[in-house]
Design a protein around this ligand. Sequence first.
Ligand code: LMR
Length: 396
Amino acid sequence: MFETLTAPESDKIIRLMGIFAADPRPEKIDLGVGVYRNSQGQTPIMAAVKAAEQQVWEAQKSKSYISLAGDKAYLEAVEDLLFATRGAKAAIATPGGTGALRQCFEALKYLRPSLTVWLPEPTWPNHASILHYLGLRVETYRFRDATTGGLDHTGLMADLAQIARGDAVVLHGCCHNPTGIEPSSEIWHGIAVTLAARGALPVIDMAYLGFGRGVEADLAGLRMIAAECPEVLVGFSASKSFGLYRDRVGAVLAQCQTPAIQSEMQGLLTWLNRQNYAFPPDHGARVVQVILDDETLRANWIAELSAMRAEIDANRQCFAADLRRHQMADLADQIAAQRGMFSLLGLSPDEVHHLRNARGIYLVDDSRVNLAAMTPEASRNVAGAISALAQTGQSA
Ligand code: LMR
């Protein structure tokens, strides 16, 4: 029966990784997939992670199963990190942030298969892909204003104000992927109040904690929503914030209205773990827990994360300066004000392909650039190439 198979197309980010790997040009530069790289082009293991791994290696006496929901100490450490308060929350460990989102969406399907899930336009391509795969209804709400490249505040609030009770709304907790647009505190508060008034369920994708303005500042939106809305789902990823990409460390936290509901939700999430992969991976989760629960390791982790954030921001400012040198002040201002790894350059897919084919510059098809991988040389090249495209529609 395999002979009738047509494989589903992979999404634009995964496709790009394959094309980049197959490109023999030594000067090629990967500004596609969202992975942090230092100025030497490496994605190092954080020192706090290495130290915690050593502790785990020395202390661990068994690799036997722990619990279907995942290690309790890890889940409590993540709850404390994200919410700063304990409460009626159900929680499971998951394989990475994508595993967490998959379980959030599975929970939505179990709870209310007829609901609509609202995604920001634009958003990370895998949101819609998983939701469609699960057969859930998807709609989009306005987020980026294509004319200004900034937040479409009016459109955002108008669309959220129309959402029906019992629908779910996916929000990027910080460092919106792919735009880098950060709502202000006032706007976050408006979002939280509107969702609460509509009776909509917020699903917060928290994948870039610490890459925006700092760990605490990046949690402002999540905490406002948790304060206003009685029920919240959070999909947490440690891939970027702890540099644990391939170890697949994530969690779902569900804020519930009462301990009795929490207990049912815990049962559902744990059961979903059993259906999808049984026991979640433990090694990376334990490393995160050791770091968060040890004062020194935690301080070291925060310092390393801050250094990464400062480096990405320096890359942003360098790229903005290069764009200004080519008289692209508007785009430069947008890039300089945005946060996290990504920004959109506002190029067409043809222009993106042209940069890739003629210059070996790899951006995602929607013209998302990963500023965490930008080097001064790449910055000059990309700015020059975009300027040439803007002037002539041709390569420089
Ligand atoms: C990205 O957006 O590039 C990252 O989140 C990696 C991924 O899985 O897509």
